[in-house]
Design a protein around this ligand. Sequence first.
Ligand code: DSN
Length: 431
Amino acid sequence: MLSHKHINSKNSLGSPIATSSNNLSIVDPEIQRIIAHETHREQTTINLIASENYTHPAVLEATGSVLTNKYAEGYPGKRYYAGCESVDKAEQLAIDRCKQLFGAEHANVQPHAGSQANMAAYFALLNPGDTIMGMSLSEGGHLTHGHPVNFSGKFYKVVQYKVDPITEQINYDEVQRLAEQHKPKLIIAGASAYSRHIDFARFAAIAKSVGAFFMADIAHIAGLIAANLHQNPVPYADIVTSTTHKTLRGPRGAFMLSTQPLADSVDRAIMPGSQGGPFMHTIAAKAVAFKLALEPEFTTYQQQVVDNARAMAQTMQELGYRLVAGGTDNHLFMVDLRSKNITGLQAQIALEKAGITVSRSCIPFDPAKPWITSGIRLGTPAITTRGMGTHEAREIAYLIDEVVKKHDNNRQLLAVRQEVENKCALFPIYE
Ligand code: DSN
């Protein structure tokens, strides 16, 4: 990590700012211990949360840099603050690399998070009270795609499409029918719990047929798209939004892509529309992540993520589990636990005790409450980053099965945990 030995000034209380290279342990040992504990947790557990990953040490270094000190409201070359020479360069690099990665005409790399990117997309395209159409959260969509408790469900009229009850996949004919019936001003494609390919070209055709804008939220599959392992929505969509920390393996944050004619509306929707000062340290870290994603190694990594998800999903099926939509085309899949007499919440708790971190997940048309759920969502981006392959993915499926079967036996769960720790020791994340 960076040394802070170069800092040797006085703080506002007149005492010298710490000069040791272990500033955190001196200034705030409690937080330092918490971070150390989290590092240990990450090293010694198997992370199957589909939206998480382990970012590169170079990304961590940029995130922890002095760029966090700088205010830079505005955009490169047009800032409301002086002293933006360095951050202008960092942001321009992030913009150029992001455009190159996805083949986009315009990129805005300032959104603090996926929700802010989606909010800005709506601000750029809509007025309050307009109708939007997105996939419902309980069928795999996202809160910001029109859920009633979210700003998207409060500011706009919402039409939600679900998956087909039989195939558990998007029924494009039904999306077309709903679009014709409700004439939304914006159609949103994208999901946080959907394991099959999304046909963005078809969505765009539906939007065009009813005169709607089309937005793709690629937060989950951005890495796969960057590696050409999933259809890229950029040629079809008016706006594309994404986070940077999931399959893309960057810092926690987001970005927006758009056509050139929408560039000004997108930029103004972020600043001054919905955000103030950009997080320049995070933007620099995004630039690093985009650079890494442009390397050939990144495609190899994404292919392994997909291979691992397939191997784990197949093994779960062989062990008698029903998978939502029958399997996976991407980095994640959902397991329906109803036949195993255990809820998603119970499984999540038992798996955590055994050192396997998952998120419980609604299955389509779930009879259980969203807090309880009937399923779990499993994803392979994080285990793949630490070097695990299809062999380990299959072994993990067996461990999950053991935990599900013995979920009320703490001794057995601790035995699995020992196996998990042994496995993790073979695949260290950080030195
Ligand atoms: N919370 C993210 C996920 O887990 O998919 C979506 O925003």
